[in-house]
Design a protein around this ligand. Structure first.
Ligand SMILES: [Zn+2]
Ligand SMILES: [Zn+2]
Length: 273
């Protein structure tokens, strides 16, 4: 039995739109044998809102790009429709909150609009030249490990400053954009920084995600999570197309099991130590 896929995007995410649909993602989940899914749509902001915590030196938050607000009403209607249409699948609502420690007021205002079952916390960007910029834009061979270290330091701040999220998404996000010129990625070079992130997350009793869109986290890295007291692991495909729902969960299950975690209390639960 595969674990739930707790990280899926549909047409309600600004970077997904017609590439996916909630209905087709549900069909795919049933096809591959998933017990449950969480539709965790992107919630990102371009400008600082009234109760946010702007970073020093970052005045405008982000360059205007393709980020769009989540249409909460339409999203909730689609969740309701899919729950009626696919009774054999447990369907959780959710969001992937980008930089929730910085956009705390904006995220809280969004969450007040409807009940969301699953909130993922994500760090996609770091400050560069007065703006928040996606880490993929400035990873290069010479500084790639320094970027990972900065990323980890910001994750610790995010964990300590925000309790709005239950699951830390893709802790290994910079690896998605790993430059060839940096050579093969070596876990050991950033062990101390990752252990610090995992200690902070474990101390707050929250859940670490293994993300199967990224190069898969090693059993070594997941083992650090276990060593540092991590209690639970969430599996997420980060699918932006229906075909990727539950993708590589067979491999991810092996990695998480090798690190010491086991299925939780029922098939809908996180995996636990
Ligand atoms: Zn993300
Ligand atoms: Zn995502």
């Amino acid at each position: 039995m595969l674990p739930p896929d707790n990280h899926i995007h549909t047409e309600f995410s600004w970077d997904t739109r017609s590439r996916s649909s909630m209905v087709r993602a549900c069909e795919r989940a049933l096809e591959v044998g998933l017990p449950a899914v969480a539709f965790t749509e992107h919630v990102d902001f371009i400008q600082w809102g009234p109760s946010d915590n702007p970073m020093n030196d970052v005045s405008e938050a982000r360059a205007p790009g393709s980020i769009q607000p989540l249409d909460v009403e339409a999203y909730v209607a689609a969740i309701t429709e899919c729950r009626e249409r696919f009774p054999a699948l447990r369907i959780l609502s959710g969001i992937e909150a980008g930089e929730p420690h910085l956009f705390s007021g904006s995220v809280a205002a969004l969450l007040a609009q409807a009940p969301f079952d699953r909130v993922l916390g994500s760090l996609h960007s770091l400050p560069r030249d007065g703006l928040l910029v996606g880490v993929g834009w400035f990873l290069n061979g010479e500084t790639a490990y320094d970027v990972v270290r900065d990323y980890c330091a910001e994750l610790v701040r995010m964990i300590e400053a925000s309790d709005v999220f239950e699951v830390l998404a893709h802790f290994d996000y910079p690896r998605r954009y790993w430059p060839r010129s940096a050579g093969p990625y070596e876990d050991a070079k950033v062990e101390a920084e990752h252990r610090e992130v995992f200690r902070a997350l474990a101390a707050s009793g929250r859940v670490l995600e293994i993300n199967t869109a990224s190069p898969l986290a090693s059993a070594t890295a997941m083992g650090w999570w276990y060593d540092e007291g991590g209690g639970a692991v969430s599996f997420g495909s980060d699918a932006h197309t229906p075909q990727r729902v539950g993708d590589r969960f067979d491999v991810a299950v092996d990695v998480v099991e090798a690190a010491g975690f086991r299925p939780g209390k029922d098939r809908f639960d996180f995996w636990r130590r």
